[in-house]
Design a binder for this molecule. Sequence first.
Ligand SMILES: [Mg+2]
Length: 426
Amino acid sequence: MKSTYALIDCNNFFASCERLFRPELENQPVVVLSSNDGCAVSRSQEAKDLGIPMGAPHFKYRDFFKRHGVVAFSANFELYGDISERITNLLASITPRIEVYSVDESFLDLSELNIADYQAWGSVVRASVLKNVGVPVSIGISTSKTLAKLASDRAKKTPTLHGVLGLTVQGTTTDHYLNQVPVHDIWGVGWKLTPKLKAEGIHTALDLRQMNLRQAQQLMGIHGRQLHDELNGVTCLPLQHSHKPQQMIMRGRQFGEDTREFYVIESAIASLSARAAAALRREHQLARRAVVVLRTNRHRPGYQQASESVRFYTPTADTGAITSQLIRMLASNFNGRLEYHRADVLLCDFVPESGMQTDLFGTVNLPESDRSSARMRAVDTVNLRHGKGTLKFAAETLSQSWQPRKRLNSPRYTSAWDELPEVRLL
Ligand SMILES: [Mg+2]
């Protein structure tokens, strides 16, 4: 039996999330800016139609935004993450065979669902996401993931399709759409392959699909063979629906303003390691190593970076243990003459939480480790119930000046009690 996949892709995801609680912005140009309000990372269709490119620097476009009534937001990743999870949960209720590909894209394997009319199915799913979460999506359906992705992209860019496109393997409609897609827009064709393909006269997805299989393999190796097969509806990339355990966890921030003050950096490191450690606990892992990296501004002369690494004999996910060790290491080698611009905390060399009992050499202090995990469980429970950051380590509150500048931020409508949207009944 042939496989069938759907790709569900949220349209202009961050901008759509911002509109959810500001319905008056429907049909208005909306732009979401990267951290420190640097450049545009998401644009509503109206903003795209005004010619605002991806990555447009905010300082250059400020007047343009004003003239054209473009509403700009600082990125509110907490909101986007929460909305993304709601969409994933809804899709996972259709079938457990789901691959969450990115924050705004998921593949579903429909092979075992007995769907008679894919176009109708897609329309129902689209309407359901719109009604239950409020985000418009584009849905592509076909017999390989590459074709499904290509179909969802066509569905997004072709208004008459109303957000859904099913592509059969053969047929003039399929050829018609494949002919519209330049090779560099095909999933898996990067900037490296594009010039190679163009030199061979392969300009569109249709050209690539009709190319001789042997020639595709000669030009691009095994990857070319896979691409060719996938475009011909033969599945080479199965669904990756099992959650892969992470190999490392990193949390970093570019500071709102550069700093030489140790207490400001201490506060940043404490917050970043609290976030990294919480992510580690969600993965049910313990770290044997933590690394902290401080950098000056790389666009200024005299760029420098300093890093310190700590090894834990008792693997840990304890925010206090990780933070205090990193700060101690940093303090002993701190150069107060440099203006620091960015900090990153990295946790790695993981062991599963459940593996702690099997300590061969007796280096692990089990009673202390149990107390630590009970303490962290209590912190996580409180923060889950009452909102992130309700309970935190004192070092996190030493300074706020390192926090990225967010002058245009929207409330965390769905994940912070005191930022819930208010409804007035008159
Ligand atoms: Mg998208």
